[in-house]
Ligand binder design. Sequence first.
Ligand code: ADP
Length: 400
Amino acid sequence: MKILVINAGSSSMKYQLIDMTDESTLAKGNCERIGIDGHFKHTTSDGRSCEYDVQMNNHTEAFMQIKNALTDEKVGVIKELSEVSAIGHRIVQGGSIFKESCLVTDKVIEDIESLIPLAPLHNAAHVQGIRACIDVFGKEVPEVVVFDTAFHSTMPETAYMYAVPYEYYEKYAVRRYGFHGTSHRYVSARCAELMGKDIKDLKIITCHLGNGSSITAIDGGKVVDTSMGLTPLDGIMMGTRTGCLDPSVVTFIMEKSGLTPSEMDTLLNKKSGFLGISGISSDDRDVCAAAAEGNKRAQLAIDMLEYHILKYIGSYVAVLGGVDAIVFTAGIGENQSSHRENVCHKLGYIGVEIDDEVNAKAIRGVEGKISTENSKVDVFVIPTNEEIVIARDTMALVTK
Ligand code: ADP
């Protein structure tokens, strides 16, 4: 069975065609700048590729590019589109409606649309992606939706409620939802596999550290708390996002600088974090390079990031009442061994001990344990794979 995994954004659409017989990726690519000037990239697992500028006025036209590339004589991986058995879509916000993945129906599309106010850019784009997919593949190809928030739906009320007047929860569904759930779900399950234990018996803290970052406390396979909130802005400091802050900072800056809500939103989401503190870049590699050359603000950004990670791990150890394993994943988590080293060295008080040499080598897609045999807590680097989770859920639902 071949499954097409789609991650539709407002102006981009990433895809992967996965062969479920061995879970290998046959081809992947990205339609960028949809509705602007248009750029298309496609590569196959055996090294064939194409890349060109092409106008794509909407998501349906983007799907036509994908369809053409997948079945192309030179760079194609299938003969006919009918070889695609099902399509799985990543959806950012499932609200309180979707607690697990499900097959797409008219009602499901309506429900995803109803959640647009909670994730205006993302959910609106996902709905466009689903509709475009129906246009190109037809209704007979089953589609499945997999939600970033679903894995976090097990959080208890005490963790997801904010202490604002209760009516805002009732009226506007203001609460913590959490994001990156598919990634946290994949790496926590993989962690249990690597430990040779049932996830039901484990307390795990997963650190998804990328351009956007979140940390999650998982007890017996169920999320009990996560650092992102109503939106993906809360938690630890990120590439361009603030992470947690005293909410009064927002009203204070708005009043002092005369910013509108939308300008303030841009400041918090696009101008803060690594970029805002270092003044150099949102990219961890650039900031680390500048810090190595003695740039003090770049060093401050790094110290703040590591401090935030440490603080969340510490608080989640308290929430879980102990921890069996800590997992690092995503761009920074999988590649920046120095952050892992600095954080883990400060966790000696809970029995964490990592092997610095093993840690330094755990980069660029390496999966493995970086803690020593003596460590009371296992520490892993596990490259995330959200696409495989989407493909597995899709297969499970369409073969049910
Ligand atoms: P996104 O949240 O957009 O998916 P990623 O998970 O790709 O982001 O993470 C992006 C971050 O990971 C950047 O800050 C980048 O510096 C860092 N990163 C990615 N690859 C590497 C690498 N090979 N070495 C060091 N850092 C990396």
